[in-house]
Design a protein around this ligand. Structure first.
Ligand code: PLP
Length: 354
């Protein structure tokens, strides 16, 4: 594919690759050699370049520091069976960053800039894609406001950046989660469906309280009544009850997870019944008490499929059996992993090969 944008490339003088121990990579702490950047001003995106991953400087009055006008994405690339670079469903991330951008009054990023910036960057840093089991290259595209201006209005200038991090597993063990009945992540009419930076800042305090009480994560409930389950931390949440996979509908308070969509599509093909609907906490607690729920798990790009072992509500804990090799969550984890790494045929056209 020939590029439609001109990308200026300034390679790093020396790669940092030989400093990395790929057998032990902590999630989100190792950054690859380069980043892709673009600027928005005078109504257009311009100055496309790939430069060494390095500090940037901004004026203290830059609006991003004050008003948080920023959106981001998260996706992953894998090493395929013949060493090719495989990205999982990047076009959906492209569509979602623009849906988030629209909500936050940020100009949309055109597809050629997003995809060509991404593919050029991955080609340059392909040595950073780990090949070991349960590893991948996490990709972080983001857009943020850079006007030097104090006052609330949409910025006129923005930066779009993509950088990457080789990563291992996000969670190393099944999770203990607490149903959050006081704090809210999202409300109707708000920004919950967008990957807007502020959503994540607002989630830190309730998550910190849960962690201080011994939980790994929260289950978010709806902002109006706190009686219905929406998401789990930065994942969508699913429950297996009999042969039915139950998850919250998306609407405007739940992020439309790409892993969620992929799991639902495969589950349907496997003959599992799917229910996307309002899920009351009461229903889940009653079903847990009766042992009707056999599996609960979070779905997300970072964590892929994160098994949930303990669910707590109102100081009571409910323990789920650990999923065995025939459980839905183990099978779907393996299925997705095999599709992403090219071990299984990509029947859905989900793999974008660079
Ligand atoms: C709030 C929230 N929910 C769900 C997800 C899972 O979405 P995806 O599967 O597209 O990574 C994420 C991660 O992006 C998230 O931040």
């Amino acid at each position: 594919m020939s590029n439609t944008i001109q990308i200026k490339i300034q390679p790093a003088e020396k790669s940092r690759l030989d400093l990395v121990n790929f057998n032990q990579i902590e999630f989100g702490k190792v950054f690859s050699d380069h980043m892709f950047m673009a600027d928005y001003s005078d109504g257009e995106w311009k100055n496309f370049k790939i430069v060494p991953y390095a500090p940037l400087s901004f004026m203290p009055g830059s609006s991003i520091f004050h008003y948080g006008q920023s959106v981001f994405e998260g996706m992953k690339a894998y090493k395929g069976q013949n060493g090719e670079i495989s990205i999982f469903r990047p076009e959906i991330n492209f569509e979602r960053i623009n849906a988030s951008a629209e909500r936050m009054c940020i100009p949309k990023i055109p597809k050629d800039i997003f995809m060509e910036g991404l593919t050029e960057l991955l080609q340059i840093d392909k040595g950073w894609i780990p090949g070991l089991a349960n590893t991948s290259l996490y990709i972080r595209p983001y857009i943020f406001a850079v006007d030097e201006y104090i006052g609330i209005k949409p910025s006129e200038k923005y930066k779009f950046i993509i950088f990457t991090c080789p990563v291992g597993p996000y969670y190393s063990k099944p999770l203990k989660v607490k149903i959050e009945r006081k704090y809210s992540r999202a409300v109707h009419g708000g920004t919950g469906y967008a990957k807007a930076a502020g959503n994540y800042a607002g989630s830190l305090y309730p998550a910190k309280i849960a962690q201080e009480n011994g939980y790994d994560q929260l289950i978010w409930t709806d902002g109006a009544t706190h009686q219905n389950i929406e998401e789990a931390g930065t994942m969508n949440i699913m429950f297996m009850k009999g042969n039915t996979l139950i998850t919250a509908g998306t609407g405007d308070t739940v992020l439309k997870g790409i892993t969620r969509d992929s799991v639902l599509k495969i589950a349907k093909e496997w003959g599992v019944d799917i229910e996307e609907r309002t899920i009351s906490v009461e229903e889940i607690i009653k079903s847990l008490e009766k042992g009707e729920i056999t599996e609960a798990f979070g779905t997300g790009t970072a964590a892929t499929i994160a098994m949930i072992e303990v669910i707590a509500d109102d100081n009571k804990e409910y323990t789920l059996p650990l999923p065995g090799p025939d459980s839905f969550s183990t099978r779907i984890f393996d299925e997705l992993d095999q599709i992403k790494t090219g071990k299984k045929e990509d029947r859905h056209g989900w793999i974008y090969t660079v």
